[in-house]
Design a binder for this molecule. Structure first.
Ligand code: NAP
Length: 302
């Protein structure tokens, strides 16, 4: 029987748990086709207890590199040999490449956040911002905001306030940024933070497939006219968070914008070749939108 296994292709991939929601494989596979690079991208569902061994295995198996996704962007750092300056300042990695058997960690989520919010730079600067979440994605958002958008203050709203306190201390120490205020998720001040903010970001997985009806924002009273709502969740493209915001006249930015830009940067780190992003988007934008519709809901995009 003929089997479709490429024995010479270089291997890259993504490590996370869960991993089925990820659209990174289809983006990279499409880019490999356009560039005719002989690479394959695989998804590895790795349990916490196996994270160290999985990362160690990258160089042993000759894997070129990998993306790291929820929930390992912070935890993966302790198993790496080198960490780029950006990733160190974020306190999280989302891309690893293997160089001379050494694991080098990067954070291309920063590139993703900066590209997604670039059109709104002037509107955000010197204003208040609310970020839901305090994990790896939230750290990339907060770092990007402090470094490139300079908001006056950042409200970090999280379930676990001690994790948010660690984030606050991290950026006070590393960036000398002292205007982070912590709030516990779904307490009474949350509506107040949103009211004061020009930009509201969801950096939690709430609303991600398959729990597409969930919304991190429970306050239905705030007037959102002219505010910018950015969801890091990209599957579905239009989350419940973004749909609510759009209904109440906010400007919305989908996590898909960030996903493409962080992927392009990772692709270049691994291959040394620029991702043909316009071609990739022309091929995939509609597919991702179709896959987001409940009627035709699919786990994977082919
Ligand atoms: P993470 O490091 O595991 O952090 C998750 C954060 O979400 C934590 O603050 C956690 O709060 C909070 N959270 C988790 N489940 C929650 C729930 N049910 N209710 C309220 N809060 C909850 O994950 P991450 O890497 O930051 O990723 C977060 C999301 O962003 C994921 O959906 C990921 O796919 C997405 N993301 C997208 C892009 C992109 O390119 N578009 C890039 C990065 C991340 P606790 O601290 O209280 O547990």
């Amino acid at each position: 029987m003929k089997r479709n296994i490429k024995t010479h292709a270089k291997l890259v991939g993504i490590i996370g748990h869960p991993i089925l929601h990820s659209w990174s494989p289809v983006i990279h596979e499409t880019a490999f086709k356009f560039t005719k690079l002989d690479y394959q991208y695989s998804a590895f569902d790795v349990l916490q207890k196996n994270l160290r061994d999985a990362l160690k295995g990258l160089s042993a198996l000759g894997i070129v590199g990998c993306n790291v996704t929820v929930p390992y962007k912070e935890a993966a750092m302790e198993f790496l040999d080198e960490i780029s300056a950006d990733a160190r300042l974020v306190g999280a990695v989302n891309t690893i490449y293997v160089e001379n058997e050494m694991l080098v960690g990067h954070n291309t989520d920063v590139d993703g956040v900066v590209e997604a919010l670039k059109p709104f730079r002037e509107q955000i600067s010197d204003q208040s911002v609310t970020v839901f979440g305090a994990g790896g994605g939230a750290r990339a958002v907060v770092y990007s905001l402090i470094s490139y958008f300079r908001p006056e203050q950042i409200f970090v709203v999280n379930r676990d306030t001690s994790r948010a306190e660690l984030l606050k201390k991290f950026f006070a120490d590393s960036q000398n940024y002292r205007n982070i205020k912590i709030d516990e998720l779904h307490n009474l001040n949350e509506g107040e933070a949103i009211k004061k903010s020009k930009l509201v970001v969801n950096a939690t997985p709430v609303g991600m497939f398959p729990e597409v009806k969930e919304n991190i924002m429970v306050d239905e009273s705030a007037d959102l006219d002219g505010k910018i709502f950015f969801d890091l969740v990209y599957n579905p493209v239009h989350t419940a968070f973004l749909k609510t915001a759009r209904k109440r006249n906010a400007i919305i930015v989908s996590g898909l914008e960030m996903l493409y830009s962080q992927a392009a940067k990772a692709f270049e780190l691994w291959t040394g070749v620029a991702m043909p992003l316009e071609k990739v988007r022309a091929k995939l934008d509609q597919k991702f939108l179709d896959a987001s519709e409940p009627k035709e809901r699919k786990v994977a995009v082919h």
